[in-house]
Design a protein around this ligand. Structure first.
Ligand code: C2E
Ligand code: MG
Ligand code: MG
Length: 573
């Protein structure tokens, strides 16, 4: 028998009792609409949330006018008319109702036409709220990004003040779960997480599944009642409880970005960007945490994007705007005789005022542009060195290397090509590396260091004394030079304890057969004090600031007195 005919001949009252029984086991609101008489019967639960003041309404079309969003009303009537006329036997629409507080609520209304007593056409079905438990995404049962955009577009226009916060939640290791355990495991995690979020949030909150592993939680109508930090912690706890229940068969964490405050005047697009930024900040800061959206940070981020764009353009425009400066390095044991220089990159762009290497080098690194730019510096520096060896044959040039160049480019090939093309002695080249960059020293990197060593290219450990100074590097990697950072030198200038540490480090470096370059000596007093620690080389403003090649050549090479000490250096002594 056709299921629909089971109700055949039942009176409205009889069907109503069936509905009230069924209503107890469903979150959706049940209804019957007698299309012939325009009588509408609704479960009691719906009347509590929406402004239908009774469960039996005589004039459905008129009553719905008060509940249905004005923009959706005509569409609804047209669909109901088709059901009444017999043109169709099912009704399925997603549209907006207004709740008792006049807030927009997206609903999904589904129904089937059956023939009741006296051959009346009865539409029987359910209305479910899409916000919390909508069936839109087959994996999680949530609405997707399109639904979020639609809902928020309306809410921002009609009642932005009702939004308390929006939280974008992302799974930290989703890609890994999918790759290692398969798509089904990934889907299961998504379902689990959707459940954890839904059971944590308030009734009025809406949850959406945006992109692959990201969810958006909109806390609306509860202004001030729920704290996003607490909700986030509860979600974390729910995830942990699920993991325990499933005997730790799978483990994942989530990060979140939260946007709070004034929503009036914001667009959906902005909300998407702001929450994405905050979520990325949480992930960048080590994952498994929530970060609030901070406009000032976002502006810095935008500026970085602008700088990155300009850097890319300049790289593609034959490195226009880039220039290599050179800073003298002098021998501490031979009357501060000039023995080499460090190549230091500079970048000028008319759109930005004086961007320091501390700002643009990390952007070059993040974008991978440091690979071509690093090559540019290497060639420029090698050419300058070759030229300056005409003045000082043993002149050497120090070039800074980024860990990105080590890990992501064929550095060995570049160095070999450069040495060959420019025609310099590999011994004149010193590659500077910072400690932080290769904390995860691996076999491939060690091999690269060995290859460089085999070709007589020296390595210098840069920025020693900042971050995690790790003596292990000195043992593991054969550094010819250790460069002590200015920040460490400054400490030693003011504190005897630090001075003694530097002295001991220098002794130790010597005992390992390496030499020390002390960086950042600015004043004569600093020099005399630090000389007691017995460094081998000195680099600092006192002997010369970084300057363009031509200026460097003029000041420090062409201007050399009879003792072999450059005028620029002796002048300042
Ligand atoms: P670094 O390699 O440790 O370079 C030394 C930095 O200390 C330079 O800053 C230099 O101008 C500064 N300095 C030298 N003497 C003094 C002094 O007496 N007082 C003070 N206050 N500072 C002094 P700069 O040129 O701003 O470069 C900063 C950092 O940017 C460099 O630190 C290096 O890590 C990075 N960098 C510069 N050029 C390149 C490059 O071509 N490639 C890569 N990967 N990094 C570079
Ligand atoms: Mg350096
Ligand atoms: Mg340094």
């Amino acid at each position: 028998m056709d299921e629909r005919n089971a109700l055949q001949g039942m009176s409205l009252e009889q069907i109503k009792s069936v509905i009230e029984i069924m209503q107890q086991s469903s979150d959706a609101y049940m209804y019957i609409l007698d299309l012939n008489t325009d009588t509408y019967i609704l479960s009691e639960k719906a009347t509590k949330r929406f402004p239908f003041y009774t469960t039996m309404l005589e004039n459905c079309a008129e009553t719905l006018k008060k509940v249905v969003h004005p923009s959706d009303y005509e569409m609804l009537l047209a669909d109901l008319e088709k059901c009444r006329s017999g043109e169709k036997d099912t009704h399925a629409l997603e549209y907006r109702w207004m709740d008792r507080m006049n807030r927009v609520v997206w609903i999904s209304c589904r129904g089937t036409v059956v023939t009741g007593a006296e051959n009346h056409r009865l539409l029987i079905g359910t209305v479910s709220e899409l916000g919390k438990k909508a069936k839109a995404d087959n994996v999680t049962g949530l609405r997707r990004e399109a639904g979020f955009r639609l809902d928020m577009g309306n809410l921002l226009q009609e009642n932005p003040g009702s939004i308390h916060y929006m939280m974008r939640i992302g799974i930290d290791n989703f890609k890994e779960i999918n790759e290692k355990e398969g798509i089904e495991a990934g889907d299961e995690v998504l379902r689990e997480l959707a459940e954890c979020i839904l059971k944590t949030v308030e009734e009025t909150a809406k949850v959406y599944r945006l992109v692959a592993d990201e969810f958006m939680l909109v806390d609306e109508g509860q202004a001030g009642k729920s704290d996003p930090h607490m909700i986030y912690r509860k979600i974390q706890q729910a995830i942990a409880a699920t993991a325990k229940r499933k005997e730790y068969s799978r483990f994942y964490t989530v990060s979140a970005g939260v946007l709070e405050g004034e929503f009036a005047g914001k667009t959906v697009e902005e909300i998407m960007r702001f929450t994405e930024f905050a979520l990325n900040e949480a992930k960048r800061s080590g994952r498994n945490q929530m970060k609030p959206f901070v406009y000032a940070d976002y502006e810095i981020y935008l500026k970085k994007l602008d700088i990155r764009k300009a850097l890319r353009q300049d790289v593609n425009n034959d490195f226009s705007g880039f220039e290599v400066y050179y800073q003298p390095i002098v021998s501490a044991s031979e009357d501060y005789k000039l023995i080499g220089a460090e190549a230091l990159l500079r970048w000028k762009n008319e759109k930005f005022e004086n961007v320091s290497p501390a700002v643009f080098i990390p952007i070059l690194e993040e974008s991978g542009l440091i690979i071509p730019v690093g090559r540019y510096v290497l060639w420029e520096a090698a050419r300058a060195c070759k030229k300056w060896q005409e003045y000082i044959p043993e002149f050497h040039i120090n070039v800074n290397l980024s860990y990105v160049q080590l890990y992501k480019s064929d550095l060995m090939r570049d160095v070999e090509r450069c040495v060959q093309e420019v025609g310099i002695d590999p011994e004149s080249l010193v590659l500077e590396l910072t400690e932080s960059g290769y904390i995860e020293t691996n076999e491939r990197i060690k091999e690269l260091f060995n290859d460089l060593k085999a070709r007589n290219i020296d390595l210098a450990l840069d920025d020693f004394g900042t971050g995690y100074s790790n003596m292990r590097y000195l043992k593991e990697i054969d550094f010819k030079t250790v460069k002590i950072d200015r920040s460490f030198v400054v400490q030693a200038l003011h504190n005897e304890y630090d001075f003694n540490i530097i002295s001991h480090i220098i002794d130790m470096v010597h005992s390992l057969g390496s030499v020390v370059c002390m960086e950042g000596i600015e004043e004569k007093e600093e020099l005399s004090k630090m000389m007691a620690a017995k460094p081998d080389m000195i680099q600092g403003y006192y002997f010369g600031k970084p300057s363009p090649a031509e200026r460097f050549e003029k000041d420090f090479l062409r201007n050399v007195d009879s003792t072999g000490v450059p005028q620029g250096v002796t002048d300042s002594l």
